[in-house]
Design a protein around this ligand. Structure first.
Ligand code: ADP
Ligand code: NI
Length: 213
């Protein structure tokens, strides 16, 4: 088991080595640590949590072109290391259901799925979340803020692809909503603290932008 985790870590490190869209290895590493912490408190299967955390972004369309191609890649990898059929299906189901960012209804997540999803969401908020958002915006050529681009709290998938946004706008489009979508109790406590930190940050940003502080 330990061996399969190590092999998977090497595989994922290599797959993500050229990523600057916020899915670099250290994102995966943090999600894995958080998933293990949350999983312990929830009495979840820690092996499944760790493997799903390690592989969760391989199926992202930003990494693998499409979600389908990404899921096939994960399946092929798990078969290569001789993972049990039952575990393969369990891990794939988690990744398929947690990674999607559209409006389509997905299946209810297993306990381990809820744990990994919480860990992934926690890494999108707080100080780390702020850092990732600004890094992502820079990588995509967006400004950190633009008073001419209205702040909206909802964007369709199409608008996401084509529309203009900024790092600060992304907080209102997505990040400030994550706290209320957390599944587990322990993760919710962490999320509330991280959420407050983002609010303080945004308030200070606004004051500095207006030259008032
Ligand atoms: P994950 O699936 O790992 O949560 P996402 O693909 O949703 O990640 O996003 C990766 C990182 O990039 C996140 O930290 C997120 O806040 C940031 N990000 C995603 N979309 C945008 C955007 N439109 N503007 C600014 N930052 C973004
Ligand atoms: Ni992720």
């Amino acid at each position: 088991m330990i061996n399969r985790i190590n092999q998977t870590e090497h595989y994922v490190r290599n797959e993500l080595k050229n990523d600057f869209s916020g899915h670099d290895w250290y994102h995966i590493h943090r999600v894995r640590q958080l998933a293990l912490e949350i999983g312990k408190k929830e009495n979840a299967d820690l092996y499944i949590c760790e493997m799903a955390a390690l592989l969760h972004d391989i199926a992202d369309e930003k990494i693998s072109g499409s979600e389908e191609a990404g899921l096939l890649k994960v399946r092929t990898w798990l078969e290569t290391i001789g993972e049990k059929k039952e575990n393969i299906e369990t891990i794939l189901e988690i990744i398929e259901n947690m990674s999607f960012k559209g409006g389509t209804q997905r299946k209810t997540l297993s306990l381990e799925g809820k744990v990994v999803q919480d860990a992934d969401r926690l890494d999108a908020i707080g100080a780390i979340g702020i850092g990732r958002t600004f890094a992502y915006s820079g990588a995509k050529g967006q400004l950190m803020f633009d008073p001419e681009i209205p702040v909206r709290d909802h964007m369709t998938k199409e608008e996401y692809r084509n529309g203009k946004s900024t790092a600060v706008n992304h907080f209102y489009e997505k990040l400030l909503k994550l706290k209320d979508r957390i599944n587990t109790e322990y993760a919710r406590k962490l999320a509330e603290e991280r959420h407050r930190f983002m609010e303080v940050f945004l308030e200070q940003f606004r004051l500095e932008w207006d030259g008032k502080k």
